[in-house]
Write a protein that binds this ligand. Structure first.
Ligand SMILES: Nc1ncnc2c1ncn2[C@@H]1O[C@H](COP(=O)(O)OP(=O)(O)OP(=O)(O)O)[C@@H](O)[C@H]1O
Ligand SMILES: [Mg+2]
Length: 299
């Protein structure tokens, strides 16, 4: 299985437009497993319109939920729980559990009886890291979470529910399982919102990213606030040992923001898609070709 998971620092950041450009350039396949909100054009419909992909290359969603809300909430509104059990052996990976997120270095130092210490790495021996150390420490944890289970063979399963969600209702969708579909070409998978969006009350999208095992492309706007959001998202991905393919910027040029994100986040700058005044298939393909190197996306 080759391909990418495309996530973003926020909802509405431009993931779908980027996915359309990427999937179109690769002549690949696009899959939006969870669509929350069905009014207007769905993400799959947008990709069909903007990518130029042939019929059958935009795969049906596993979940089509009417409420434009976080997937866990949109599913609950329909009396469903998204079936994460098919991809996660231990679906309950919530924030704040020690097995998932390590204690902060300050907490760790406190427990070990060490005062002060670096706010970034695991070594309490230095008060402040150098910039190089900061970049190289980025995303490291003092105690790593357990590795996600290996990628399940592509298949579709029915129902099952989320054993981590108490009182959950088993999925009633025939295509409810979130196992990656088997396709003959690169698969571009779009998440919903950002990586820490809940799929159920016990599981975040990022936990499923880890189980899928595909490299992640993080879409980030270049506007004010980007540095913080992007570094947080990169850290969350790296803490789970999720391979980060790089950051795709979207918006007006902001050289310093892009550079410092790449440096401190230890992530590749894949390119920057400008905001197009006329968002057509042709304009998007041309903008993508001018801003990204197709070789960066070949596996
Ligand atoms: N490069 C671009 N040029 C012009 N408009 C864009 C561009 N990228 C995104 N947009 C517009 O911004 C809006 C949000 O984009 P998009 O739907 O791709 O975001 P998203 O991150 O996929 O959102 P969601 O979290 O809802 O899936 C859309 O109206 C889209 O047309
Ligand atoms: Mg989208």
């Amino acid at each position: 299985m080759s391909g990418f998971i495309v996530t973003g620092t926020d909802t509405g950041i431009g993931k779908t437009v980027f996915c359309a450009a990427l999937a179109g350039a690769l002549r690949g396949f696009y899959w939006k497993p969870v669509q929350a909100g069905l009014d207007g054009e769905t993400d799959s419909e947008t990709v069909r319109r903007l990518s130029g992909l042939p019929d059958g290359h935009v795969l049906p969603e596993a979940y089509r939920l009417a409420l434009p809300a976080s997937p866990h909430r949109a599913a609950e509104a329909e009396g469903l729980a998204i079936d994460v059990g098919s991809v996660l052996r231990s679906p309950r990976h919530t924030i704040g559990r020690e097995s998932t997120i390590a204690p902060s270095p300050r907490e760790a130092a406190g427990r070990a009886g060490v005062g002060g210490g670096s706010a970034f790495g695991c070594s309490p021996s230095q008060a402040e890291p150098s910039q190089g150390e900061l970049a190289s420490n980025f995303g490291q944890t003092c105690s790593r979470p357990e590795r996600p289970p290996p990628l399940a063979p592509p298949r579709r399963r029915r129902g099952g529910g989320d054993p981590g969600a108490p009182g959950s209702v088993a999925s009633s969708r025939d295509l409810g399982a979130l196992t990656l579909p088997a396709v003959a070409g690169p698969l571009v998978v779009e998440g919903a919102g950002g990586p820490m969006v809940p799929l159920t009350r016990g599981t975040l999208f990022i936990d499923v990213f880890a189980a899928w095992g595909l490299p992640v492309i993080l879409c980030a706007a270049t506007r004010l606030g980007t540095i913080n959001h992007t570094l947080l998202a990169l850290e969350a991905l790296k803490r789970r040992d999720i391979p980060v393919h790089g950051v795709a910027f979207i918006g007006e040029a902001n050289e310093d923001s892009e550079a410092i994100i790449a440096e401190l986040g230890g992530a590749r700058r894949l390119g920057r898609l400008p905001l197009l005044t006329a968002l057509t298939r042709e304009a998007l393909a041309a903008a993508f070709a001018g801003a990204f190197d197709p070789a960066d996306f070949r596996s």
